[in-house]
Unconditional design. Structure first.
Length: 90
C-alpha cells in the first residue's frame, strides 16, 4: 500500500520555507513540500541525521510561526515525511 493510500487527510503541494527546532535549541532551515492537517513532507539537506521527533515551525504570517510537534515516519537522503503530534492549527 502506498503512503498516499494510507493517509487520512489529503495533502496539498506547497513550497514554503520552514524551520525545525531540535530539543537542544538548534534551529535548521527546511522546505515544506506538502502539507495536510495530519502530516507533511519536508526537504532538508541532512535528513538522515534528524531525530525521530522535533518541533516544526511553519510561518503563518510575517514573523509568526505555528509550532507543531512532529514525528518522522519516512526518511530519505534529503526528504522526510511525518505526522503531527500536536494538531495543526492549535
Amino acid at each position: 500500500m502506498k503512503g498516499s493510500e494510507r493517509r487520512v487527510h489529503e495533502r496539498s503541494d506547497c513550497d514554503i520555507a520552514a524551520k525545525i527546532e531540535l530539543a537542544d535549541g538548534l534551529v535548521m532551515a527546511c522546505r515544506l513540500k506538502d502539507l495536510s492537517t495530519s502530516g507533511f513532507k519536508l526537504q532538508i539537506a541532512d535528513a538522515v541525521h534528524l531525530p525521530d521527533e522535533f518541533d516544526l515551525l511553519i510561518p503563518v504570517v510575517e514573523g509568526v510561526d505555528q509550532r507543531c510537534r512532529a514525528k518522522l515516519v519516512r526518511r530519505d537522503s534529503d526528504m522526510v515525511g511525518g505526522v503531527f503530534l500536536t494538531p495543526l492549527g492549535q
